[in-house]
Ligand binder design. Structure first.
Ligand code: AMP
Length: 286
């Protein structure tokens, strides 16, 4: 069922809660692919009812980012959600989410600001204010849907860490479930932004997963010095790659590491054909 209005969603939720049913929320920006579907499947396994939000959130995009051209494929998304047995697809307008004619700024709206320590690095460093926008919309969706469980992908590793921190710090009574990264057979992590890439660009984009896999192999062979591990990336890069960051940090606290250990995660952001791509890997799988 496709719903655009907050009140309509709340009506269903109240009914389900009265019946004692559990609710799972999968927040997305649409342009759904198999990565999103893995979250939806996990939600279906875990909960009686599943809500998918499909909303390109303007306040998490910077002024020079791709908000306008971000792929919007609601009809195709609906088909996939119907096939997977999603109960509600919530696709609000920006006016519905933030108020008619509301200026989208923290001068006029209440924002949720995650701690500086968690956002002054990795994606937060170049995307200033991005995680304020993410936390704000996610907390709003949590309040609208009041799910028992919410599902996020490890693909956006910093995002899920920041959201877990918000949930803990603000006593939000929702269990966050993190789902593994879904990749193409080639190793490329699925992303709605892969649509921007040419076939050649997709080949060049394989460098992200190759660099990360190689770091993992080197770590498991005994190299722990993070500078040495990061240096292994240079062999893979060509003039087709514009590296933004490659970091090895603690997978729960995002603390920098001089020496990698079994709790480390390597994260990369790199532009290919001017498309900003991200990926990450745990150096030791759980
Ligand atoms: P997005 O629509 O890009 O905001 O993503 C919505 C959710 O899907 C986020 O929790 C993402 O981490 C997750 N997601 C996106 N791509 C993947 C992927 N390749 N594998 C697993 N989860 C993903």
């Amino acid at each position: 069922m496709l719903l655009h209005k907050i009140d309509e969603v709340r009506e269903s939720i109240i009914k389900w809660k009265k019946e004692g049913l559990t609710v799972g929320l999968v927040p997305t920006m649409g342009a759904l692919h198999n990565g999103h579907l893995s979250l939806i499947k996990k939600a279906k396994e875990t909960c009686d009812k599943v809500v998918v939000s499909d909303f390109v959130n303007p306040i998490q995009f910077g002024p020079s980012e791709d908000f306008d051209k971000y792929p919007r494929t609601l009809d195709a998304d609906m088909e996939l959600c119907n096939e997977t047995g999603v109960d509600i697809v919530f696709a609000p307008s920006a006016n519905e989410m933030y108020g008619e004619g509301q200026r989208l700024s923290n001068d006029t709206l209440t924002y949720v600001c995650p701690p500086f320590f968690y956002v002054n690095k990795l994606c937060g460093k170049s995307r200033v204010g991005h995680f304020d926008g993410v936390c704000t919309v996610v907390l709003k969706l949590f309040n609208i849907v009041q799910p028992d469980f919410a599902f996020f992908g490890q693909k956006d590793a910093q995002q899920v860490i920041v959201i877990k921190k918000m949930v803990k710090d603000l006593n939000v009574p929702i269990k966050i479930v993190q789902c593994p990264i879904v990749r193409e057979e080639s190793g490329l992590a699925l992303s709605s932004r892969n649509k921007y890439l040419s076939e050649a660009g997709k080949q060049d984009a394989l460098v992200l997963s190759k660099i990360l896999n190689n770091i993992k192999v080197c770590y498991n062979r005994g190299i722990t010095d993070t500078d040495a591990l990061k240096e292994t990336a240079y062999g893979f890069l060509t003039d087709k790659h514009e590296m933004e960051y490659l970091e090895i940090v603690d997978k729960e606290t995002l603390e920098d590491k001089k020496q990698a250990d079994d709790n480390s995660i390597a994260l990369i952001a790199c532009r290919v054909e001017n498309v900003r791509l991200i990926d990450n890997i745990y150096l030791k799988e759980d």
